[in-house]
Write a protein that binds this ligand. Structure first.
Ligand SMILES: O=C(O)C1=C[C@@H](OP(=O)(O)O)[C@@H](O)[C@H](O)C1
Ligand SMILES: C=C(OP(=O)(O)O)C(=O)O
Length: 455
């Protein structure tokens, strides 16, 4: 288990002769967090199959248990006895969310408006991330906030006796902010309205409706979404099947596309339209990805994806696509490193406030591994080297991952198709979202191995 005191675990990824086989990546992280939260809040029993067992989600489960939910495991299923609507209990100690922005921010909304005190903390990455984006609407709802300088963690929230339902226009494209306000609205009398100028992942809206909340979503001609939620309604326990996470599937998909000779199937991938920007982009680049067995279950679409090695061409990614692939830019930059021409990604300033400053971390990793690129304030251009000639680091220098799982996984994928090995300084953080990443990838044919920490 990774924690703040875990020693770093460096690793190397060497050129692969090609990936083959079928895999199922872990359950979707966004859906997993939300199913624990709503299951923990609802009246009655929720059963969850396919829940991600990554540390981010484990921390959400612990937080819900600290507020009165009863979680247990029955075979492959997680079973939650919810506290019942409006009945969360005051946690005895601080809620530690480790590395998880989503778990922390959504729980601040869910629990912060209760008439009790909740304290939030996290690891060295999470305590650097901006929390004002959640505190601002919560303050409007009547929550008192005491936080570290710059509205960061650790923070203490105390809700009012009765929370104000608000109308809130989300100032940045963020599903976490939208969701935090909606979850807070569950405990406010009357209608809470969230206006979302740019659509982001809609799992909170879908799942709230599935648990029986009274909620309406309207989209105008310009794509602006207005979500109205009636607070203090009744949520009842549900059965949830969590599909495979498209943000995790992205790693074997890109590895197969860039490594000659590859032919793989990634099973049961969530194909929610607010999450498939990377697949669209890779197809535009000439990636051979076919959807087999597209199907519907639990209000979501899933498909098995067959992916074959392809000669990729550079594209310009439209900025309005960013929310539907926000976590996939690091691995897209790796795909671009093997594509013919210059791939341009713009409108990606939000990458600077993820687990690391992902624009800076990706640019530094590309530089270390011989890939020509330009980093802008909110943009990245990558000039590819088809065939991977000259890519990698012959001196064994390590990419700095800055407690960021996606940086670690993206550069390990790069090593599968590069001329020289690619090394990263720490793979322990990958357990936050994709336990067993290296084993799953090596089962397909990559060569990812631990290396020694120098004395
Ligand atoms: O709502 C969610 O589940 C998430 C929203 C996104 O964050 P932002 O809302 O900060 O863009 C994404 O980066 C994160 O991995 C998961
Ligand atoms: C940004 C991410 O997660 P979070 O914000 O939940 O830490 C991610 O998983 O890429």
């Amino acid at each position: 288990m990774h924690d703040a005191h875990s020693p770093s675990r460096p690793a190397v990824s060497r050129r692969s002769p090609g990936l083959s086989g079928r895999v199922r990546v872990p359950g979707d992280k966004s859906v997993s967090h939300r199913s624990l939260m709503l299951g923990g809040l609802a009246a009655g029993r929720t059963r969850i199959r396919g829940l991600l067992s990554g540390e981010d989600v484990v921390n959400t489960g612990r937080a819900m248990a600290a507020m009165g939910a009863n979680l247990s495991r029955e075979g492959d299923e997680w079973v939650i006895e919810g506290t019942g609507n409006g009945c969360l209990l005051e946690p005895e100690g601080p809620l530690d969310f480790g590395n998880a922005g989503t778990g922390c921010r959504l729980t601040m909304g869910l629990a912060g408006v209760y008439d009790f005190e909740t304290s939030f903390t996290g690891d060295a990455s999470l305590t650097k991330r901006p929390m004002g984006r959640i505190f601002d609407p919560l303050r409007q709802m009547g929550v008192q906030v005491e936080a570290a300088e710059g509205d960061r963690l650790p923070a203490r929230l105390r809700g009012p006796e009765v929370a104000n339902p608000i109308t809130y226009r989300v100032p940045m494209p963020s599903a976490q902010v939208k969701s935090a306000v909606l979850l807070a609205g569950l405990n406010a009398p009357g209608i809470t309205t969230v206006i979302e100028p740019v659509a982001t992942r809609d799992h909170t809206e879908r799942m709230l409706a599935g648990f029986g909340a009274s909620l309406e979503v309207e989209t105008d001609g310009k794509g602006v979404r207005t979500i109205r939620l009636e607070g203090q309604g009744r949520l009842s326990g549900q059965t949830i099947d969590v599909p495979a996470d498209p943000s995790s599937a992205a790693f074997p998909i890109v590895a197969a596309l860039v490594t000659p000779g590859s032919d793989i199937v990634v099973e049961n991938v969530l194909m929610n339209p607010t999450r498939i920007g990377l697949i669209t982009t890779l197809c535009e680049m000439g990636g051979d990805i076919s959807l087999i067995e597209e199907r519907e279950a639990g209000g979501e679409t899933m498909a098995d994806l067959r992916v074959r090695a392809s000669d990729l061409r550079a594209v310009t990614v439209p900025p309005e696509r960013a929310p539907s692939m926000i976590d996939e830019y690091p691995v897209l930059a790796v795909a671009a490193a093997f594509a013919e021409g210059e791939t341009v990604m713009d409108g990606i300033g939000e990458l600077r406030v993820k687990e690391s400053d992902r624009l800076a971390a990706v640019a530094a990793g590309l530089a270390l591994n011989g890939v020509d690129h330009t980093e802008g304030e909110a943009a990245l251009a990558v000039r590819g080297r088809p065939g991977g000639k000259g890519v990698g680091n012959p001196d064994g220098k390590r990419v700095e991952t800055h407690l960021d799982h996606r940086i670690a996984m993206a550069f390990l994928v790069m090593g599968a198709a590069s001329e020289h090995p690619v090394q990263v300084d720490d793979i322990s953080i990958i357990a936050t979202s994709f336990p067993d990443f290296a084993d799953l990838m090596n089962g397909l044919g990559t060569a990812i191995e631990p290396t020694q920490v120098p004395e």
